[in-house]
Design a protein around this ligand. Structure first.
Ligand code: MG
Length: 371
């Protein structure tokens, strides 16, 4: 690209290319660890990117070699022993979709080598010295993408094969072909482009915006907890003096939960139960602001920022008004936004319904995000 720095460090949609790529893999259900192969001179910036992603304990960083196969070998040395399959991906393909990762992973249950491919739209000719030698039959051609998936045992054999071979390979599947074994193709995705030149940056930016579903997104959250004796009453991170408290696996902060769900919903990230299941004992009695913070990290990792949050706590008693300012300050601090972007309201229900009868407290929230 003629840039001063590595293209994978270039930002698109508010995040580096490699950061976007990492986030996609860290979010994929079947991916356990990621080994990132980098150049030593990019180390500092890469550490910063990992820090921003906030899930960096699942990412190992190793230095690559002169050839592609050297870099793959460096990553192989960092592979954990019990990993059964390996996916190799170009860091410069940040628009990788979950559906493509899944297609490759699913293919590996039947095949040892799986690659995503797309149809070729241009007619391809073999050219030498500016004269056409022949025209290839387009219906037989496929353009190959990554991630390319391999069974671990085959992957180990590919490494030994490369050590003994003097040929260089432009993609990893070509090694399997050279070994005389089958490479299976699954459907790739035309938007999974490799950012190679300056125009690709513009294209990637536009595709990213499209993937994210437009400029603004909205999510809603709703939560209820029962009021019981012998528990603290925590709402919006404020410990409110009262004879009863909210029952739950965590600290049962009904407002924090509703806002967490609104944020996850707006980002298309499912819900709080998916991210922090009740069955996980590490969340027992946890400060729900910690969960909110983690959810916010996932939202930021997808490249979104908060426009505003609006929430209502439905509670007959105690009176919440004296605590609203502190709740607002707590939530804004966790989300790292100005307090005027967080609006919290409280209402009673004129003694109607479970909230009105003092059996429980509910909260509703709306979150608006932008790319
Ligand atoms: Mg809850």
């Amino acid at each position: 690209m003629g840039l001063e720095k590595n293209k994978i460090l270039m930002p698109i949609g508010g995040r580096s290319i490699v950061g976007l790529t990492l986030v996609a893999f860290l979010a994929a259900p079947n991916i356990r660890d990621v080994i990132l192969v980098i150049r030593p001179q990019d180390d500092l910036e890469i550490r910063q990117i990992l820090n921003d992603i906030g899930d960096s304990e699942r990412v190992a960083v190793v230095y690559g070699g002169a050839q592609r196969t050297d870099s793959v070998a460096a990553a192989a040395a960092a592979l954990k022993r019990d990993i059964s399959h390996v996916l190799i991906h170009d860091g410069a393909r940040p628009l990788i979709k979950q559906s493509t990762i899944s297609a490759v992973v699913d293919g590996l249950s039947d095949y040892s080598a799986v690659i995503p491919t797309v149809n070729v739209t241009n007619t391809i000719k073999v050219v030498a010295d500016n004269s056409v030698q022949k025209t290839l039959l387009r219906s037989q051609l496929k353009a190959v993408q990554t991630p390319q998936g391999f069974d671990r045992k085959l992957f180990e054999r590919m490494l030994s094969f490369c050590e003994q071979s003097s040929d260089s390979y432009t993609d990893d599947a070509a090694i399997v072909e050279a070994m005389g074994e089958t490479v299976y193709c699954v459907a790739g995705d035309v938007s999974n482009i490799k950012v190679t030149n300056a125009q690709d940056l513009l294209l990637a930016e536009a595709l990213l915006k499209d993937n994210r579903g437009g400029a603004m997104r909205v999510g809603t959250g709703y939560d209820v907890h029962r009021l019981v004796e012998g528990r603290k009453l925590i709402i919006g991170g404020v410990d409110i003096p009262f004879t009863k408290g909210l029952e739950g696996h965590s600290d049962a902060d009904v407002l924090a939960h509703a806002i967490t769900d609104a944020l996850l919903g707006a980002a298309g990230l499912g819900d709080i139960g998916l991210h922090f299941p009740d069955s996980d004992n590490s969340y027992k009695n946890i400060d729900s602001l910690v969960l909110l913070k983690r959810a916010m990290q996932s939202v930021v990792a997808k490249g979104y920022k908060v426009n505003n949050i609006d929430a209502t706590v439905v509670c007959q008693s105690p009176k919440l008004r004296p605590h609203i300012a502190q709740m607002t300050a707590n939530i804004a601090a966790v989300l790292q936004v100005d307090e005027d972007k967080v609006n919290i309201k409280a209402t009673t229900t004129e003694r109607l319904g479970f909230e009105g009868e003092g059996l429980g407290i509910s909260a509703q929230a709306v979150a608006s995000l932008s790319c």
